[in-house]
Design a protein around this ligand. Structure first.
Ligand SMILES: NC(=O)c1ccc[n+]([C@@H]2O[C@H](COP(=O)([O-])OP(=O)(O)OC[C@H]3O[C@@H](n4cnc5c(N)ncnc54)[C@H](OP(=O)(O)O)[C@@H]3O)[C@@H](O)[C@H]2O)c1
Length: 294
């Protein structure tokens, strides 16, 4: 059975990757902090640490899925050297400390692109606008310039946290609405989100079919919407009153890290090359509903 090391396992995507892929592979999970729901085979490990030997010796992986990252754009802007270390230099450390036959799947982001690009494809030039995007581009750089078999997956994800200490975008929308707290969602930011369960399914497809082919793949939903429209559609699907949700503008947050107004990515290359049907937005929202326990 393939041995897979998954980083970011206390985070939204990583925890679901561990939960789902453990059904098919020998999974070793790592995150920065302990948490109540952590899996049996879990090592607390700081990706900014200089020495990766203990982690690699413990997991002895055939494949690393590198999902761990500092994902808060404002925190990254305020702590650039830590962001570059955790999000980018960690890739170099994995490359240096593992043998050449260990494959690496790197979870990257739409944030490597500027707002001027709409439905960015794999051939478009990365040109990040903030520290977070730059730090993820650095991780891509190390991998692309290595001799390793790799897949860089650029994606935009939505989902729910298995780690009850965490609250992401979707939980924030749902919980605020249930508590009748007013929130604002951007009507001027477009994205193409895929659910963490659907993305996990695609990652499993690539691994189980030995399709880690040293390439960049854009994997997301097939159509775009604004964050406001997403929130309203989600609450409608869950039968939750959406009257506390207001339209807001990213222009009102000029004090924070620069964020793209167009985060959309084109997935045609992946769909055609691997004959995959990716979800549209309605499927993405249904997938959240299927995994939401009130
Ligand atoms: N969420 C999105 O909208 C989005 C969009 C595009 C791409 N991505 C990419 O998808 C991946 C997963 O995102 P996510 O939303 O699941 O992130 P998340 O919920 O914020 O989780 C991040 C994970 O990284 C870990 N981490 C942070 N600093 C660390 C450190 N110094 N050492 C070790 N681990 C550390 C966290 O550990 P602790 O929680 O224990 O601190 C957590 O397990 C990331 O690589 C991100 O760049 C996310």
């Amino acid at each position: 059975m393939k041995r897979i090391l998954i980083t970011g396992a206390s985070g939204m995507l990583g925890a679901t990757l561990v939960h789902e892929l453990s059904k098919y592979y020998d999974v070793f999970a790592t995150g920065n902090t302990s948490f109540k729901e952590e899996p049996e085979r879990y090592m607390k490990f700081d990706l900014s640490s200089p020495s990766y030997e203990s982690l690699i010796d413990w997991a002895n992986p055939d494949i690393i899925i590198h999902s761990g990252a500092l994902t808060n754009g404002n925190f990254c802007n305020q702590n650039p050297s830590l962001a570059f270390d955790v999000n980018g230099v960690s890739m170099k450390k994995f490359l240096d400390k593992t043998s050449d036959n260990v494959k690496i799947i790197y979870i990257s982001t739409d944030a490597v692109f500027p707002s001027t690009l709409s439905m960015a494809n794999e051939k478009d030039c990365a040109n990040p606008e903030n520290v977070y995007g730059k730090s993820k581009e650095l991780g891509e750089f190390f991998l692309k310039n290595s001799d390793r078999e790799f897949t860089i997956i650029r994606t935009t994800i939505v989902g729910l946290n298995l780690n009850s200490d965490k609250q992401g975008f979707v939980e924030w929308i749902i919980n605020s609405s249930l508590k009748k707290e007013q929130i604002g969602l951007f009507e001027d930011v477009l994205f193409t989100p895929i659910s963490i369960w659907d993305l996990t399914n695609e990652i499993n497809f690539l691994i189980s079919n030995n399709q880690v082919n040293s390439e960049i793949l854009h994997i997301g939903s097939t159509n775009s919407c604004t964050k406001y429209d997403f929130g309203i559609a989600l609450l409608k699907e869950l039968n939750i009153d959406d009257s506390v949700v207001n339209k807001s503008s990213i222009l009102n947050f000029s004090d924070r890290a620069k964020r793209c107004t167009d985060q959309t990515m084109e997935t045609k290359h992946y769909r055609e090359k691997y004959s995959r049907k990716l979800p549209d937005l309605a499927d993405t929202i249904k997938s959240i509903k299927e995994n939401y326990n009130e």
